[in-house]
Design a protein around this ligand. Sequence first.
Ligand code: FMN
Length: 305
Amino acid sequence: MANLEVEYCGVRFKNPIITASGTFGFGYEYDEYAPLSEYGGFACKGLTRQPRGGNKPPRIAETPSGILNSVGLQNPGVEVFAEYIMPDLAEKFDSNAIANMSGNTIEEYAEMAEILSETAVSLIEMNVSCPNVKHGGLAFGTDPAVVEELTREVKKRCSKPLVVKLSPNVTSVADIARAAEAGGADGVSLINTLLGMRIDINTRRPILANNTGGLSGPAVRPVAIRMVHEVYNAVKIPIIGMGGVMTGDDVIEFMIAGAKLVALGTGLFVNPSMILDVKRGILEYMDRFGIKDINEIIGTLTLNE
Ligand SMILES: Cc1cc2nc3c(=O)[nH]c(=O)nc-3n(C[C@H](O)[C@H](O)[C@H](O)COP(=O)(O)O)c2cc1C
């Protein structure tokens, strides 16, 4: 039997497949389609310091090979997660739970890291695609100096491995990854959604109530693969890759580019039990190439001359 087990930031994952935050609720929603124990881990919906109702509808618009969303971080707040949801998940499911957090200020992020460090989560993923209210609303994740400072401050109050989730809406994702590493991040994950817009030509208004949204799904996969490749060459900390995964071959592509874990996201909306097909696909690939251990393929890309 081929080995699918990987170690990420000191945590054992029975296989390299996890879920992408915001596409998997808190796990319960998908358990009837495929047991959560099939996944190496699962990332929960993005948490904020206070509960949030999210943006007004319409919040989802279809696009060629993808979707545009502006859900707006609807969630019950970090305290409800820590007190009620996480203890229940730990009791019910044999898989690594990953908390995902978003803040408006460095202090908010640090407080959440402290609260989440007291729970049974395996990793804390820090979403830096959020407006920095103290810096005119520009996303934290677009400025290397801010990412480094944020990571350093959060690490001081975080006793779990901290994974910084990078925004693709930047000129150099490698520079941001280096900044996260310099600030003490244990890992990085990418990509978050790409900023986009759709317009209703009859009303000449944006389709999303929020006007703009984040693009995800197979349409973004080549961008994500390129960015994982760049980040793999820029930092030593391990990478979680995501963006448009639909099959086992897509997971393999991310791993060759340098990802150690790979997340399923928007694809779950099309096929909620895709984990089963994805695992089968990975095992078929390994069998075809005589690969005994999945770790052997990570970062094995050879560029053309
Ligand atoms: C509906 C929806 C909600 C999302 N919510 C979050 C979130 O709360 N936090 C976060 O870091 N990323 C969030 N994301 C981004 C995904 O985790 C992922 O990075 C992105 O969608 C790319 O992967 P995919 O193409 O496989 O979906 C969300 C994506 C979608 C489609």
